[in-house]
Design a protein around this ligand. Sequence first.
Ligand code: GUN
Length: 283
Amino acid sequence: MIIDGKLLSAKLKAQMAEQVVALKEQYGRVPSLAVILVGENPASQSYVRGKIKACAECGFESILTTMPESVSEQELLAEIAKLNADERVDGVLVQLPLPRHINEEKVIDAIALEKDVDGFHPDNVANLWLGKPCIKPCTPKGVMRMIEECGFDVAGCNAVVVGRSNIVGKPMAKLLLDANATVTIAHSRTKNLAEVTSKADILIAAVGRARMITAEMVKEGAIVIDVGVNRDAETGKLCGDVDFEGVRDKAAHITPVPGGVGPMTITMLMQNTIECFLNRQNK
Ligand code: GUN
């Protein structure tokens, strides 16, 4: 079974569009997301286009601020401060990665906690790990939603996350733990990776290496979620961290790339924007 992230996203966005009509009735305005894009990284430009398009589909307002690669850290921080102070803005997102001369940590710290739709702010991360109410990072949140779609009982199962980034691997492990999975985080230094992954009832690949998860690394009947977005060195086409053709017959459920986790990440960003909107309205 292929988990169609594009289809599920379309369904969830349609639901949000309806919800937004009701929010407008109740609060007199719609949720609003501000996105800052620095430089001209083609992948980042494409992600940001997707985010702005999703806002329109959900009936949100969006504000796109583009800044040149040469922008100073101070100018970027000033723009964030302006959006933090803007009462009409519910979410502030700075597309990553940033140019090398800008301190990413400082930039993330500068986003108002109540507008941190990415869930990257250190206070948000602390709340996540402490089990307090928080905004959950979009990609792991989308993965959990896709697992839910499989109708699989996560409690007590073996979940293996390959990758330990702050954006995906670490929060992914926490969300699986919160769902009562027995969680293993594997990474580039893991010994006998295949032995670890082949015990996974749920296998999450988030390493950024094209097709590194092959059929012999996967347990028969597993749920395989591919967070990877890589370019095939030969064809130039997008491909995941999972060898999709090799693994698809062994897995019970698998996500494609593209059309799997990617659209869900954006859809969860829309959900987080509504969450920030409601938190701000009801504070
Ligand atoms: N770059 C890659 N993924 C993300 C994300 O989820 N949010 C932001 N802001 N930048 C990213």
